[in-house]
Design a binder for this molecule. Structure first.
Ligand SMILES: [Zn+2]
Length: 89
């Protein structure tokens, strides 16, 4: 997960006490913004930029796994056809 504001890697907010607290925090402590849904823009905030896990995360993961399986198939085919490597399974 990268910061939606600055693009730097975000850190998981593992010990969050407030259930409304973000699941992720920007790795840059000077990156302090929040999304303002009224102006649809980032506005300065007192808190490090945070992000929440998508509520559709589980379906997102299933899509990702299906995508990865497709890629593995492509790599297996390449190994077989280009280097004659037989992949088990
Ligand atoms: Zn950031």
């Amino acid at each position: 997960m990268n910061c939606p504001k600055c693009g730097k890697p975000m850190l998981p907010n593992t010990n969050k006490k407030n259930p409304k607290a973000p699941d992720w925090k920007c790795g840059d402590p000077n990156c302090k913004f929040k999304w303002d849904s009224a102006s649809k823009d980032w506005v300065p905030s007192d808190w490090v930029t945070g992000a929440w896990n998508d509520k559709n995360e589980s379906s997102f993961k299933i899509d990702r796994i299906a995508d990865l399986e497709k890629r593995v198939k492509i790599i297996e085919d390449l190994l077989r056809t280009r280097w004659n490597v037989e992949v088990n399974g």
